[in-house]
Design a protein around this ligand. Structure first.
Ligand code: ADP
Ligand code: ADP
Ligand code: MG
Length: 660
């Protein structure tokens, strides 16, 4: 039996990934979307889609009642929850079951059991799996907790029973900070999970995070798919994940995977799950301790897929449909090395950010996989987790995978939103990362959390930004027509970078190239190809290429793997000395967006007739016909972004009608 229709109770990259898996299997996919996601990628890709309420997650993606209504209405035979949102809610899993649909995940009883970290640790002990020393906190008041903390020995960690995503967790170094840490953890857990229960654990110093992927069916088969290491974390949230772990030898791998399988069996578990461990460097080798079990598909599952050649979502759907696992333990033979990085829309201090994604160009190439939730032109809402995409690379061995990651990250192009790309690049480029010398303190140890001192923008980046802005294609008439740029007369472009304003004087050179003057040096720039963001040019005869993303108020230049952001200040960054009306046509005086086009190619227009409206610097600027004539050229359509100095409309005077 397999499903004909599956509802995906999620959004973003995981919803997109699940929809694609359904399509491969010939299953109809049903998306749900909030008001903020009315035009989201997952909605566009699904075979059917239903609105589930306003933007806040509590009113949409966490709205059980509404979701259940949709399950009933659309006739889905199964519900896949993805990760995050309701994926670990046993109550939702039960409600789905009551409609007659199948929950693509573990039985609710197993979710209840492993969803509570304290109960899960008890289970681990019964399954003879080592746990981090601590105190389960049950019914204890603050003074009892403080006593136990002293017994465990500082530093200790206060953790929420219901915790997840690194929330409800406080490290305490000394007894003085203990009471406040307990209150803080309780408050945070109460707010995030509606459950303020906390427990204590010994703080393991600078451990590695190693986890085992398990898969179980309804016929008593349990297999593990090897381990992943996810030590590089910020605020206890994973940023980089890989398989296999560079820290395990075959014997330790065998032990830790066997422990995960034992625990899975004891939990009466089914479907995909992850058993998380901490690995502590000890005198006589490494010790591992059970941390928690995640009863769902994990964000980082693709690294396991790339080393095992298995599709975890296909396996999840097969097992949920009651089929026996199509693989035995002896069939699982991980090969090579895979690394994943999480791309977040966030500013340099790590705060999530939203807005229009003007350009989005994930890298391509052999061994490169991108799981994305957005495309260029999409708006990233601030209402949800700010993860835009995951980049996953695979290669025959770890050093090759690291090299592939480095070059892929160097190629990654995003414009319009700040991202953590520069952090990801600094991690990938770090010698300790290549060595596999990774622990949960990696970012702190190597001071990578702090944004690095900015390198001054090289002149080439400024010249290429200007060349790109002046040679942008005319989007409407012919997609293959990528040139020539339409600068009439001369223009001055201004960019702001690091508090400094840089000016470039642009003129058309005699042979058709651009003469760009910056700091009293004039360079001859010829754009050989300026189709998409990739711009190939010669600067004074030397070939150079970069990716240039011209965004709303800023231009991002990716040159030699480094990203430079140039702000285009108002007043206008381009002052066309030939702006306004010329013999040839109507010219944009500054960069802007075409708000409205009121005529079509070939129309006869009268003098003074409104032709086009440009929106620039939040103001609408009308362009009217300077004389009667026929519309000869209309290079930009509505919504197109235009550089300063571009011809917007060209008019040809109609042939004289002659006396009749
Ligand atoms: P993993 O171990 O799979 O990396 P995380 O703990 O990082 O899982 O969380 C997985 C995803 O779910 C992240 O995108 C995180 O922001 C999101 N998430 C975690 N907890 C919650 C929650 N309570 N509600 C909504 N999203 C959550
Ligand atoms: P969550 O549910 O938020 O994922 P986990 O218990 O899985 O919480 O822990 C998340 C991360 O916090 C771990 O990967 C590790 O970096 C850190 N951590 C958790 N417990 C300990 C501990 N006892 N000692 C040291 N670090 C810990
Ligand atoms: Mg965890």
């Amino acid at each position: 039996m397999t499903f004909r229709k599956v509802l995906i109770a999620n959004r973003g990259e995981i919803a997109v990934r699940l929809i694609r898996a359904c399509r491969e299997l010939g299953i109809r996919s049903v998306a749900v979307f909030s008001e903020a996601d009315a035009n989201a990628m997952h909605r566009r890709l699904a075979d059917e889609a239903y609105p589930i309420g306003p933007a806040p997650a509590s009113e949409s993606y966490l709205n059980v009642e509404r979701l259940i209504e949709v399950v009933k209405k659309c006739g889905a035979e199964a519900v896949h929850p993805g990760y995050g949102f309701l994926s670990e809610s046993a109550a939702f899993a039960r409600a789905v079951g009551e409609t007659g649909a199948v929950w693509v995940g573990p039985p609710p009883e197993a979710m209840d059991l492993v969803g509570d970290k304290v109960r899960a640790k008890e289970l681990a002990r019964r399954a003879d799996v080592p746990t981090v020393p601590g105190f389960d906190g049950e019914g204890a008041d603050e003074s009892r907790l403080a006593e136990e903390a002293a017994r465990i020995g500082y530093p200790v960690l206060v953790k929420a029973n219901a915790g997840g995503g690194g929330r409800g967790m406080r490290a305490v170094a000394r007894p003085e900070g203990f009471a406040e840490a307990v209150r803080g953890a309780k408050r945070e857990a109460e707010a995030a999970f509606g459950d303020g229960a906390v427990f204590l654990e010994k703080l393991i110093e600078d451990p590695r995070h190693v986890e085992v992927q398990v898969m179980a069916d309804a016929h008593g088969n349990v297999v593990h798919l090897g381990e992943r290491e996810c030590s590089i974390q910020r605020r206890h949230q994973k940023v980089v994940e890989e398989a296999p772990s560079p820290a395990l030898d075959p014997q330790l791998r065998e032990e830790i995977c066997a422990a995960a399988v034992r625990l899975t069996r004891h939990a009466g578990y089914r479907n995909a799950g992850t058993v998380e461990f901490l690995l502590e460097k000890g005198e006589a080798g490494a010790n591992f301790f059970f941390l928690e079990m995640n009863a769902r598909l994990q964000v980082e599952h693709p690294v396991t897929e790339l080393v095992t050649g298995l599709d975890l979502v296909h396996l999840q759907l097969a097992v949920a449909a009651g089929e026996p696992l199509p693989i035995r333990q002896s069939d699982v033979a991980p090969r090579g090395s895979a690394i994943e990085v999480r791309l977040y829309a966030e500013d340099e201090s790590g705060l999530p950010s939203g807005g229009a994604l003007l350009a989005f160009a994930p890298p391509e190439g052999p061994g490169v996989r991108n799981d994305v939730g957005f495309e260029a032109g999409d708006t990233v809402p601030l209402d949800y987790d700010a993860m835009l995409a995951k980049l996953i690379v695979a290669a025959p061995d770890r050093p090759a995978a690291v090299r592939r990651l480095r070059s892929s990250l160097a190629d990654y192009g995003v414009a319009g939103l700040p991202t953590n790309l520069s952090l990801l690049r600094r991690i990938a480029d770090h010698p300790a990362f290549l060595e596999g010398d990774t622990t949960t303190g990696f970012l702190k140890t190597h001071a990578l959390s702090e944004p690095p001192a900015r390198r001054p923008v090289p002149p080439d980046a400024l010249l290429l930004a200007a060349a790109a802005e002046l040679s942008r294609p005319r989007p409407t008439t012919d997609p293959f027509d990528t040139g020539p740029w339409r600068l009439l007369g001369s223009a001055r472009l201004r960019y702001k970078t690091g508090g400094e304003t840089r000016e470039i004087e642009a003129e058309r050179a005699r042979d058709g190239g651009l003469a760009l003057s910056l700091d009293d040096t004039t360079s001859l720039v010829e754009v050989a190809h300026g189709g998409g963001p990739l711009i190939r040019a010669t600067i004074d005869g030397a070939a150079i290429s970069a990716r240039v993303f011209v965004g709303r108020g800023s231009t991002d230049v990716l040159l030699d793997g480094e990203a430079f952001r140039l702000e285009r200040p108002s007043p206008p960054s381009v002052e066309g000395t030939a702006s306004g009306t010329s013999a040839a046509g109507l010219i944009s005086p500054m960069p802007g967006t075409v708000a409205r086009v009121l005529v079509s190619l070939g129309d006869e227009v009268e003098e003074g007739q409104l032709l086009l409206v440009l929106e620039a610097m939040k103001m609408e600027q009308p362009f009217t016909a300077p004389h009667a004539g026929r519309v000869e050229s209309l290079p930009f359509g509505e919504g197109a972004m235009v550089p300063g100095g571009a011809v917007l409309v060209e008019l040809e005077e109609p042939p004289g009608e002659g006396p009749r």
